[in-house]
Design a protein around this ligand. Structure first.
Ligand code: ZN
Ligand code: ZN
Length: 399
C-alpha cells in the first residue's frame, strides 16, 4: 500500500470525525449532525461550499493551482444512517437507540472530508473538483433529489466517482469492474381480489390464497425461463398477507409485495411488464381480479469502461498491483449513485474493510448488520485513493 505520510498524518482528526458521526446517526434528510460537522470543517479549512441541496446535502469546491485543463470532476460520499438497533459493542456506538451507521456512510463522509483537507492544502492539479456530500442514500432517493435540485447544472462536471466500503473483501483490496456493479432495485404490490366464503364450500368462493400461492411459485419462472442465463435478475416475494384469522373461512383478498433486481434496462422493463401479465392472467384463470403497482426505486450502477480503467490505474497505485480486482462480479443490492452515473459518466468502486485474521471483528459483519462497524484503518487508503484520483484525472497529462 502506498499512502503518503501527509495523508497518514490526517488520520487522527478524520478518525475522530468518523467516530463522532457514528455516535450521532441520522436517517434520510435528517442528517443535520453530519451536515453541520462537514460545514464546520470546510469553514475551518477555508473551502467554499454550498449547503441545503436536497435538504442536508453539501457540495464543496476546490480549484487546482492550475486551471488550464478546464476539467471538473465530482467525488461523492453518502452520509445517512439506518433504522437499526446497534449491537457492535464499539465504544463509539450510536447514542440514538434504533438508529445506526450500519452501512459505513460515516466512513465515506469522513474519507471525503480527509480528501478535502488534503486537496485544499495541496492543489497540484489542473481544473476543479466538487466534493458531494449526499443525504438519504438508503431509502430517500437522495441522489435523485440532488440531481432534481440542479446538482449537475449548478456544478457542471465531466465525470463523477463513488466508493463503498466492502466487508467481504479484506482491507487493502480495491475491487471494481468496467460495467454493471450494483443492480437496479424496484418494488411491486399486488392485490388479488377474490370472493370469500365458507372453507367447506370452495366452489362458491374465489380463493385468493390458492391464486396468490400459485403466483409466488410461477413468478420465479420469469427469472429462470425469460432472463438470459448469463444476465442476472432477482424477483423475491417479501410479504404474503391473506386470511381472516379464522380456520374455516376463505378470505376475499390476498396482498403480496415483492422486490425486483436487474442490471439491464430491457430486463428490468421485461420483469415489470411480465409480473403484471402473470398476475392478471392467473387472476383471470381463477375468476379473480388483480391490482398491480410497480415502483422504480433505484437505477442500476453501471461503470463506464474508460473511467473504470482510470480508477483501476489509481487503485493499483494506491493499493498495489496484487490488491486490485478489476473484474469483480456485481452485487444484486442497489446503490443510488447509479442515478448519478446515468447523467454523468464515471466509476464506483468497493474498498475492502474485512479483517480476515479476526473472524468476529465488527468490520467483517455484513452491511446493515447490527454488529457491523466501519473499519477506521482503511481511512488513509480511502483518502489516498480520492487524492490520487483527482491528481490523475486532473493531472497535466490526464486523459
Ligand atoms: Zn446501505
Ligand atoms: Zn451504503
Amino acid at each position: 500500500m502506498t499512502v503518503r505520510n501527509s495523508i497518514h498524518a490526517l488520520a487522527g482528526e478524520i478518525v475522530a470525525c468518523r467516530r463522532a458521526l457514528h455516535e450521532n446517526p441520522q436517517t434520510a434528510y435528517e442528517e443535520t449532525f453530519a451536515s453541520q460537522m462537514i460545514a464546520d470543517k470546510l469553514t475551518e479549512w477555508g473551502i467554499p461550499f454550498e449547503r441545503g441541496i436536497a435538504v442536508t446535502g453539501i457540495v464543496a469546491t476546490i480549484e487546482g493551482e492550475r486551471t488550464g485543463s478546464g476539467k471538473t470532476i465530482g467525488l461523492r460520499a453518502d452520509m445517512d444512517a439506518l433504522d437499526i438497533l446497534e449491537k457492535s459493542g464499539q465504544d463509539w456506538s450510536s447514542k440514538t437507540p434504533g438508529k445506526m451507521h450500519g452501512c459505513g456512510h460515516d466512513g465515506h463522509t469522513s474519507m471525503l472530508l480527509g480528501a478535502a483537507k488534503y486537496l485544499s492544502n495541496n492543489r497540484d492539479f489542473t481544473g476543479k473538483v466538487h466534493l458531494i456530500f449526499q443525504p438519504a442514500e438508503e431509502s430517500g432517493h437522495g441522489a435523485e433529489k440532488m440531481i432534481a435540485e440542479g446538482l449537475f447544472e449548478r456544478f457542471p462536471m465531466q465525470a463523477i466517482y463513488g466508493m463503498h466500503n466492502w466487508p467481504t473483501l479484506p482491507k487493502g483490496v480495491i475491487a471494481l469492474n468496467p460495467g454493471p456493479i450494483m443492480a437496479s432495485s424496484d418494488t411491486f404490490e399486488l392485490v388479488f381480489h377474490g370472493k370469500g366464503g365458507h372453507a367447506a364450500m370452495p366452489e362458491s368462493t374465489v380463493d385468493p390464497l390458492v391464486l396468490a400461492a400459485q403466483f409466488v411459485t410461477d413468478v420465479q419462472a420469469l427469472v429462470s425461463r425469460c432472463v438470459d442465463p448469463v444476465d442476472a435478475a432477482v424477483v423475491s416475494i417479501t410479504n404474503f398477507n391473506c386470511g381472516t384469522g379464522a380456520k374455516n373461512v376463505i378470505a376475499d383478498t390476498a396482498i403480496l409485495t415483492g422486490s425486483v433486481r436487474a442490471f439491464k434496462p430491457e430486463t428490468r422493463a421485461m420483469l415489470e411488464r411480465r409480473i403484471g401479465d402473470l398476475a392478471h392472467a392467473l387472476a383471470g384463470f381463477h375468476g379473480a381480479q388483480a391490482e398491480y403497482s410497480y415502483t422504480k426505486q433505484c437505477d442500476p450502477t453501471i461503470n463506464h469502461a474508460d473511467h473504470a480503467a482510470l480508477c483501476a490505474d489509481v487503485a493499483r497505485k494506491t493499493a498495489g498491483e496484487a490488491s486490485v480486482i478489476t473484474n469483480v462480479l456485481p452485487c444484486m443490492a442497489a446503490e443510488d449513485f447509479g442515478s448519478m452515473l446515468q447523467k454523468v459518466p464515471g466509476c464506483y468502486i468497493w474498498m475492502g474493510q474485512g479483517e480476515p485474521d479476526t473472524p468476529e471483528s465488527p468490520h467483517n459483519k455484513g452491511l446493515h448488520h447490527p454488529g457491523y462497524d466501519f473499519n477506521d484503518s482503511i481511512i488513509p487508503m480511502g483518502i489516498e485513493y480520492w487524492v490520487r484520483l483527482v491528481e490523475t484525472a486532473l493531472g497535466d497529462k490526464s486523459r
